[in-house]
Design a protein around this ligand. Structure first.
Ligand code: NAD
Length: 295
């Protein structure tokens, strides 16, 4: 069993750290939120007083942070974890961040004698709690093989997507589809309402027809058909609209940098910009149905 430092135990990192504990690993956690740390400690983790302390005297460090700036600061900043960790430590960054930052941090890790993979996830808070996440893993083969048994305690599908940063590339492409498909499902439900179709009837048809997709079948944006979806819980995240907007910005930035035409991705980003700037500031991303209904 491994000694693991876990930095960033929020909505996703918290349940992921708990699954590492359940698998028998010893886990030392650090987060800026005392409550997030206390929740993990109550399940058997130990608390570290800083990120650097969480990363020292362990074989593996997992990070699950909001954005590229946080990852850069935690890894490369003053008292960054790359300088605090023991030689040979394996770093697994599960945050969703931009490809360039991911590649830059991996390069710094390699230069410091450490190995690193980027391993962003799909599956949401439910998948994190159930240990059924999909991990999209970028990094060299040795680092991937070393990370795999750790990731298996937190997920079901562990996919090697290529070299450093390629996990992030897969993730932002996936989430561009997710943002677009969620808006498509929301628009279809709003149209169905106006045409007099019941939500459940619409769901029963589309979930077995060619419009079927994850945004409908696992995360239905209207209350009723999928009891676990945030629509049944006042659109409390879940996966926040703010994080969706962040990911759509990442794919638009990458599309600009690498010359891809992603017009629907841009339209989705614009709609989430409007939602997050208004009623959706603290809501789940599926709550955009409420904005669409009013527009
Ligand atoms: P979150 O805000 O709940 O958790 C992030 C945690 O990082 C917070 O507890 C915060 O206090 C902590 N943190 C921030 N800066 C820190 C620092 N310098 N040192 C230590 N801790 C720090 O966010 P989340 O929903 O858990 O998302 C984390 C990442 O996972 C994001 O990149 C997000 O895009 C991605 N993601 C989220 C979901 C989802 O459904 N929530 C799904 C897939 C991927």
């Amino acid at each position: 069993m491994a000694r693991i430092g876990f930095i960033g135990v929020g909505n996703m990192g918290g349940p992921m750290a708990r699954n590492l504990l359940k698998a028998g690993h010893s886990v030392k956690v650090f987060d800026l939120s005392e409550k997030a740390v206390a929740d993990c400690v109550s399940e058997g983790a130990s608390a570290a007083p800083s990120a650097a302390e969480a990363a020292s005297n362990v074989g593996v460090v997992v990070t699950m942070l909001p954005k590229g700036d946080h990852v850069r600061a935690v890894y490369l900043g003053d008292q960054g974890i790359l300088s605090a960790a023991d030689q040979g430590t394996l770093f697994i960054d599960c945050s969703t961040i931009d490809v360039s930052t991911s590649r830059e941090v991996e390069k710094a890790a390699a230069a410091a004698g450490m190995s690193m993979v980027d391993a962003p996830v799909s599956g949401g808070v439910g998948g994190a709690a159930a240990g059924t996440l999909t991990f999209m893993v970028g990094g060299n083969s040795g680092a991937f093989e070393a990370a795999k048994p750790i990731l298996e305690a937190m997920g079901k599908n562990i996919v090697h997507t290529g070299g450093p940063g390629n996990g992030q590339a897969a993730k932002i492409c996936n989430n561009m589809i997710l943002g677009i498909s969620m808006i498509g499902v929301c628009e279809a439900f709003v149209l169905a309402e106006k045409l007099g179709l019941e939500h459940q009837t619409m769901f029963d048809i589309v979930s077995t027809a060619s419009g079927q997709c994850w945004s409908l079948t696992s995360y239905c944006p209207v209350p009723g058909p999928v009891p676990t979806s945030p629509a049944n819980n006042g659109y409390k995240p879940g996966f926040s609209a703010e994080n969706m907007l962040k990911d759509l910005h990442l794919s638009q930035d990458a599309a600009g940098d690498f010359g891809a035409s992603t017009k629907l991705g841009r339209a989705a980003m614009d709609l989430y910009e409007a939602y997050v700037g208004g009623e959706g500031q603290a809501a789940d991303f599926s709550g955009i149905v409420n904005m669409i209904r009013k527009s």
